[in-house]
Design a binder for this molecule. Sequence first.
Ligand code: CO
Length: 195
Amino acid sequence: MQIVQYPHPALRWKSQPVVEIDAELQAIVRTMFDLMYEHQGIGLAANQVGLPYRVFILNLTADPEEKAEEHIFINPEIINRRGSQEHEEGCLSFPKLYSPVRRAEEIVVEAFDLEGRGFELTVDDLASRAIQHEIDHLDGVLFIDRMSDAARRELAPVIGDFEAQYRRQQQLGLMPSDEQLKDQLRQLEQNAAAR
Ligand code: CO
């Protein structure tokens, strides 16, 4: 498992809800935490490791010792949002790219944990921003889509570099074609639905 970078098609995949929380999903989540810490992230969505499942993880401290701060969100839904706030954001699928993004200030989110228990959280500030960013991932929406037009124009060369680098890897045969990657995603989705 590895973190995929823009424009990998998994990042544009709208993931289907998880129908069963099993040992495989638990193992996936553990590996996702390891990868997230390795890259000093505070959140990671399953799309970002090439898996079309509605799951993301969060540890706002980015500290692997802080186990109590580890949160797993399965089939999350934002059921309420309030206010609006602009703040700088980054994403592990766009290394070294940062830009201000406007998001709801406070949200109420519902989800299931890894034991299948439903929970509801009201959060603001960083937690609110991170959860909105990660839920966007599950819908195939990226933070570059949420930037102001001016910010996106300014960053266009950097975003173009990500695309060029990715296509180059495909041309060199270091990475499957988009069609092959989409087939893999469809296959994973079908397997999950059949479990
Ligand atoms: Co991200």
